[in-house]
Structure formats: C-alpha cells, structure tokens
Design a protein around this ligand. Sequence first.
Ligand code: HMG
Length: 388
Amino acid sequence: MKVGIDLIHFATADYYLGLDTFAEEKQTELDKYIVGIGQEKMSIAPPDEDIVSLAAKAAAPILEKIDASQISAVLFATETSVDQSKSAGVFLHGLLELPSRCRVVEFKHACYAGAAALQMATTMVKANHKEKILVIAADIAKYDVDTSGEATQGCGAVAMLVSANPRIIEIESGSGYYTDDVMDFWRPNNRTTALVDGKYSTKVYLNSLKHAWQHFVEETGRKFEDIDYFCYHIPFTKMAEKAHKTLVKKVAASVTQEQFDKQTLPSQVYNRIVGNSYSASLFVGFISLLDNVKDNLAGKRVSFFSYGSGCVAEFFSGIIQPGYEKVLMTGDHLRQIEQRQPLSYQQYLDYYHNQETLPENIIFPQTNKGPYRLAGIDDHKRYYEKTT
Ligand code: HMG
C-alpha cells in the first residue's frame, strides 16, 4: 500500500519586508541579497500572528476537503514554540475543533523536525492504514537586529495530510540520515532570537548533505540520475544552489546549466519571497515545485534534503502520483503571497520588538488579517480566535 502526502497547503503572514527596503536601511548593495543570498522578501508576522495561527491558516483548507473527524493524530513540528509544556498542536486542535480521539504531540529539532514528523506519520500509517495524520511544520525565523542572519528571516506554516493511497506523493521507503553534535545555530530557552555562526552553519549543512546522501544511496540503491527534482532545506535560496552544486560534484554527474536549473529552481520560487520558515521551509519548497512546474509531474521522483542545525539531516524521496494537479491549492498560495502588504523598516521593527517580551496580560489589536489570530494573553494563558 502506498503511503504519503494526500493534501498539502501552506500559509504565511500578511506582511513582508522587501530586501530592497532592508538594503537601503543598512546601506548595503541590494545585489548582496538578490544575488548573493538569493532572497527578495521576508514574510513578517505581526504581534497577533504566531505559529498556531499560521498553522490553523495552513490546515483549515485541508480540513474543509475531508471528513475532519477522521484525523487520528496531529504531529506539530516547530522550533518557535509558544509554551514549554503544552504542545502547539493542542492549541491548534482546539482552534480547529478536531476530534478528541486524536493524539497530539510537538516535534523539535531545528529545521529538521518537519521531516521527522512526516517520516513518523508515514510509519504510523504503514502500521495502521486507517490513520489520517495532520502533519504541521510552522516557524517564525527571527535573528537579532544588525546581525548577519537578519536578512534571512521569514515565516510560514505547511500542513500535510498523510494517509494511505495519497493523491500527491508517495513517500518511498528508505532514507539516509546523519547527526553531529555541533553549535552552528541554537536558541537558548531565555531568548526569542536565534544565535548563529553563519558561515560555519553553511559548511555544516553541506557536510551533512554529503553524509546523508551517501547513506541514502547505500540504503536505497537509488542514484542521482534516478531523481528528477531536488528539494533542499532553504534558509535562503543560494544555499539550495550551493547544496546542489555540492551533490553534483560529489557524484561527478555531468549536468548542463539548463538541467541544473530545471532540477532546482522551481522549488525556490516561493522561498525567495517568503524567507526562511525553518521546519516548514523544505515543504514550502516542495509546494513551490508542485505549483510552478507546468509539465505533468506524475511519476517523477522528487528528493527531499532536510537539514536542522545542531545538527540532524535526512535525505529521502517520493513519487508524484497521477492526478496530483487536481488537488493542488495553487490559487490560494498565490493569492496569499500577492496580497501581503509591504512594511517600512520602522514598521518591521515595531512588530519585531512588540513580540520580544509579551506581558502576562495583553489584548492584541487585530493586525493579522485572519482567518485565525492570537487574540490575547490573560494570566499567562494564550487565547486564539477565528476571525472570518
Ligand atoms: P553575510 O556575512 O551577511 O554575507 O552572511 P556574505 O558577506 O558572506 O555574503 C553572502 C554572499 O553574497 C557571498 O557569496 C558574497 O560573495 C555575496 P558566497 O561567498 O556565499 O557565494 N555578495 C554579493 N553578491 C553579489 N553582489 C554583491 C554581493 N555582496 C556579497 N554586491 C550568511 C551570509 C548566510 C552567513 C548569513 O545570512 C547568516 O548568518 N544567515 C543565517 C544562518 C543560515 O541561514 N545558515 C544556513 C545554513 S544553516 C541552516 O540552514 C539551518 C537554519 O535554517 C536553522 C535551523 O536549522 O533551524 C538556519
């Protein structure tokens, strides 16, 4: 029985900061961002938007298309969680009125957790074909102002329904993985922003790719030539380009520039204008591929490289299913991206600092345009509401 992603949808915030505005403020050449790191815009969450409201916005359109009472588990991957004890998935479960006969748990390891949740869901469905599992990957990427990471912020959430007989992609058995205890990027419990050794993190990413790939080849027997499209974890799109160059060099493949672009560029279109969304980023890339390749992808093999700083990495693959195009939500993705409003640098800073130390009691004015938002915090308890 095939198991994999039956439906997939993503959400991002209603605002963005253009890297043109950013470059002007920092008095840096714009090409450093457009060409050097390959980014144009970063989605910015206002104070009443967090990973739960983003996740609800991502998941709701999926639940409208199925019998939501059949959801048997919610696996919520994030590294920007809202509580040290209660899982973000339980807030989501309440907001979306999911059935009580459901298990909910939060997954964490930097950007890797989304892939871990997907693999776990796939395994659960293989063990019991009746399971219908909602996998969420949601994050708000935030670094200190005036650090090298500031230009690589962003936010987003991806919701995936994992089931038997998937309509979009079958996740294939076998994968390659790699773990190494390193300090390239981390966020201690007392901080809202990540710390990063930027240049070092790019080296560890590429080294992890080589190891995970090697293991993938040994485990599955699949070769570079067997893969049609490559999705990488995308902290910024230039990283995916560096990753693919590294892989091409490792396997000594002869790839023309045209083939190289075809294999990688479609999965970067959305990430370039959304920014890093940590655990969601790889899957925003996959959605970008699905929405932007005009040829029929049915039967094509797509690879996924997930990298989470610290570090854990995994390389796996899947086969696109016939008829997948009928269940894509491309129009909604495009509408969301196009309707975002630009922020001035000062407006971005206001949102940025507003989220820094949330008081124990606060009612948020509505800035997030919905359909879900963080309404307030009362006696340290977070309250969400459906707005439309
Ligand atoms: P930086 O110091 O701001 O930039 O750091 P730079 O000076 O190295 O320039 C970047 C590139 O732009 C360079 O190209 C320059 O040559 C080029 P490269 O050497 O890399 O090929 N450049 C220009 N190109 C054209 N015209 C110009 C121009 N000027 C410069 N005028 C850095 C860049 C990535 C380090 C920084 O943005 C950063 O620290 N980002 C955050 C960390 C990060 O994203 N790391 C990626 C790997 S780790 C990861 O992916 C995991 C993560 O998602 C977290 C998680 O797992 O949870 C981050």
